[in-house]
Design a protein around this ligand. Structure first.
Ligand code: ACM
Length: 544
């Protein structure tokens, strides 16, 4: 009888433990050991070295928010009941490697650098019970872990729909939780300019608002006739950049050019080749309010009124970028470059003369001239540009990094030209595509299920070993035409972001779809705990 009880007891203990060991992205190596450590309000965080303060702060904020207590932080260890945040040289070429050891007396996290210690804390958080209480049993494990790619990104379009500062911070927390390191913030669009620029106040006063939005899928069944908009003040931008930096996340701002510029042109019509012409929109689209002069767009799409490559535009953009660089310390500034129709440049006498004067081949050459001028300016200030793969057309700017979105072709081409590449191909990592075959909510279309994201390999097989090193990593793009609310964004990204994080972090040979699916089951329980929405049909048999 006693023996039976012991066996049952052991099984329950093992089950309780194994339920908690579910880390995404999967660590490089993990050994489950016997025993556990219990975090209580009496546990201390011990900082062995300077540089670990952000990790301690993050852990304490997390404990306070989700469990209702926090821990004392000290510099002296008594080797008991403590979480030690330390360094451990691992010499991994990409920042972020760490070891995490949990035993009965201590939890020790050793980062190859401060970033590694932070990621060790992220793994520890995933070992905590998914239940609000003040005695948190952590199973004994020994983890050694390191990132696969140096660029691990998530993009958010705040142009089509505007998201409040608090949600942007929550989105950044999602990035941190998945050991990703880049937030690509798409700040300017045809439907709204979202960043305060002090020298050009009309960018937000005029360009930050549209007089209505189409209803339903493009071209829509009508217009909601409701003024819509918003923008981030420079103080808010600073707050967000700091919030991200405290989580070892770089914010890469995107200022779109020369296309997707309707909002900027509505504010400053001289930026257009034809300042006197009214903004065009599809006759199928229902329009709200004034349709004379330049207007912020109310429907989605690609529009012909793009920046004129004039001296006025270049000095405007340089002024804008000067303010942007003051706010964002990122090495990279994303300058867009996608979907720029050449109609206006073709019929503009000024543009045609410029093509001749500069000895350019055609309008694609003019786009290349545009991007190269901006690149030169940003390079002169110590920054590098990223552009969508259209920047390959007409000749790549000398130091540009290419973001490959129209499939992998642009990325392959850029790597062959010895340019750095970030892979964001539509078929795998466009999280605006429907996550379900039978999708109940309104989306742009397409269908990308969890398994497809999980199966994505960022290094195309077409590249030689030497060319492969130009692939810095990958990113999912979250275009928000059909995402009006934070909860819709969460529904669209989860759990697909779990899959992406494993693509970017976990050694290729360690990936395993069956094992991943089991861990996702634990992760979705965590979403409820974190007050986060997700696609509940992610494992529906209809999605095979
Ligand atoms: C894009 O999706 N237009 C980059």
């Amino acid at each position: 009888m006693k023996k039976t009880l012991l066996v049952i007891g052991l099984c329950i203990a093992l089950q309780a433990t194994s339920q908690n060991i579910s880390i995404i992205p999967k660590p490089s190596t993990m050994e489950v050991q016997s025993g556990s450590f219990t975090i209580t309000p009496a546990t201390q965080i011990v900082l062995s070295e300077s540089g670990m303060e952000k990790s301690a702060q993050f852990l304490n904020d997390y404990l306070q928010k989700f469990y209702g207590f926090k821990l004392t932080v000290t510099k002296t260890s008594n080797h008991k009941n403590s979480i030690v945040l330390d360094r451990e040289q691992m010499g991994h070429p990409i920042p972020g490697a760490y070891t995490l050891q949990v035993n009965a007396n201590t939890i020790e996290i050793g980062g190859d650098n401060a970033i590694g210690t932070f990621y060790g804390v992220q793994s520890l958080i995933q070992l905590l019970p998914i239940e609000r209480k003040q005695s948190l049993t952590v199973p004994a494990v020994l983890i050694e872990d390191k990132p696969r790619f140096e660029y691990r990104g998530m993009h958010l379009d705040v142009g089509r729909h505007f998201f409040p500062v608090d949600f942007v911070k929550k989105f950044i927390d999602f990035i941190a939780m998945h050991k990703m390191n880049t937030f690509h913030w798409h700040l300017t669009e045809d439907q709204g300019w979202r960043i305060e620029i002090k020298k050009y106040p009309k960018l937000t006063a005029v360009g930050g608002y549209r007089n209505g939005t189409i209803i339903g899928h493009h071209p829509g069944t009508g217009n909601d006739n409701t003024r819509y908009g918003g923008y981030y003040t420079q103080e808010q931008v600073k707050e967000i950049v700091k919030y991200a930096a405290d989580r070892f996340i770089t914010v890469v701002p995107e200022i779109e050019m020369p296309g997707h510029a309707s909002a900027a042109i509505a504010a400053y019509p001289q930026l257009s080749c034809f300042p006197e012409e009214a903004t065009k929109h599809s006759p199928k689209v229902s329009w709200s309010g004034d349709s004379t002069g330049k207007q912020v767009q109310q429907a989605w799409g690609v529009f012909p009124d793009v920046f004129s490559p004039s001296e006025y535009t270049f000095s405007f953009l340089q002024d804008v970028l000067d303010e942007v660089m003051q706010l964002f310390p990122s090495k990279y500034i994303h300058i867009g470059g996608d979907e720029c129709p050449k109609d206006n440049w073709k019929r503009s006498e000024f543009c045609q003369n410029l093509i001749k004067e500069k000895g350019l081949k055609d309008e694609h050459g003019l786009q290349s001239y545009f991007i190269q001028r901006i690149e030169k300016y940003l390079n002169s200030k110590g920054r590098q540009i990223i552009g969508w793969d259209e920047i390959l057309e007409g000749g790549l700017a000398p130091n540009a990094t290419v973001m490959s979105w129209r499939g992998e072709k642009g990325g392959i081409e850029a790597a062959k030209q010895k340019h750095n590449v970030i892979m964001t191909p539509g078929g795998w990592v466009y999280f605006d595509h429907s996550p379900n075959k039978q999708e109940d909510s309104l989306t742009i279309g397409g269908y990308t299920n969890l398994e497809k994201v999980y199966g994505y390999e960022p290094v195309p097989k077409e590249l030689s070993a030497d060319e492969q090193k130009y692939v810095l990593g990958a990113q999912a793009n979250v275009w928000t035409e059909y995402m009006k609310t934070p909860s819709k964004v969460e529904y669209m990204i989860f759990p697909r972001m779990e899959a992406l994080s494993e693509v970017l972090w976990t050694p290729k040979e360690q990936k395993n779809w069956e094992d991943f699916q089991k861990r996702v089951e634990t992760q979705v329980k965590r979403y409820a705990f974190l007050n986060t929405q997700y696609n509940r049909k992610y494992n529906d048999p209809a999605n095979k």
